[in-house]
Design a protein around this ligand. Sequence first.
Ligand code: SIN
Ligand code: CO
Length: 414
Amino acid sequence: MQRKGRLLILALASLLVLERTMILDTFPSAEEFYKTYWGQKPFVVHGAIDQAVFEGVIDGDSLAGLALEEDIKSRIVMTAPEGGKWTCEHGPFEEDRFGTLGEENWSLLVQNVEQYHTDTAKLLQSFYFAPRWLMDDIMVSYSTAGGSVGPHTDSYHVFLVQGMGWRKWTIGESPVQNEDYIEGLDLKVLKGSVQGAEIEVGIGDVIYIPPYFAHEGITTQEAMTFSVGFLGPKLSELMVEYGHYLEQMHQGNKHYGGTGLDVESAGFAIAPGARDSIQNDLINALRSNDFSIWLAEYFSMPSHDDIENIDTRYEPLSDQDLLERLQDRQNLYRPEHIKISMTTSSDETINLAAYGAALPTSPAHNKLVHWLNQNNTLSMQDIEALGGQDALMTLITYLYNQNILFFENEALDL
Ligand code: SIN
Ligand code: CO
């Protein structure tokens, strides 16, 4: 056999092996996920999410409705036909735009859908093994046959959840070192095609793609894809935001007083001792319990709402009112789109935060806080198991009155 033919067979065989190692029967355990996959290796799970879960998620028409709104980020991407150009238009769109797009080769993508269509957020229940505090948004795409955003990489971790129809994905086996994008497009499309495993997905299938792994999905049958993205802030953002927090704290925000300066700092020279002392002040501010509290608050910040406009309940309940309803077998739940986050201070206090504000907790609440980390419903039975009503009702009532917990079947009072 000719050398070229042998090389081709070897390449095809290695792609087949790659495809097989990527396909898992179920989601990995949390241990396996962080050890083997998170940030390191893509995987695919066919039928990972029960089809019934998709009954409540947003459909194509409602997605188009969101794309008409001023404050919601949306794009229409037209696929480049042979030799043509990719195009990307940004929303808001006029309603009649959708009638002019044709039957094929386009996608509509809308960001932060979990905030605007809260039933779509229920998809997040499948991702408790992931670091939910880093969850950025659920971007939803509706695509017609041939629809694609092209070969690309993302800077974030993403679970691509197939919610309807069929798509063929090609997934690279390692991160792209020097991304080379087609110039002059309002869209990041890699110049070359993606080399890697080819996988077809249908409803309930989930693909995990680590940052900078090239991927390309092409729709074979009218599809909805839910991209659950995880992206951490930049260091500069953290510094700026923590700086604002310190500013509001006053007592931790002292002027640098120049204590201990010596002759080396005369004139314009900032001597090494002065530099070290300023650096130490910053390090001390970062090592304080304030930092742990702020971190919980920062990661619980809603991504779309103006924080000033978030209100507590119009009709707050007392501990007793709430207890009676719980005893009457009405269960509480935490809607998945409401971000909570928790940190532990050096004195072991748990800082639980929601809507960008830390909530009052004590060590007696630890079990409940850990429960909220992995669960989203709370019954009277759970309350008994987590420490009992005497220890917990005040916090539970607080969570309810702050619009963090709701009764099942209750309309969201937000
Ligand atoms: C899409 O749904 O077409 C884009 C998702 C992605 O590749 O991140
Ligand atoms: Co992507």
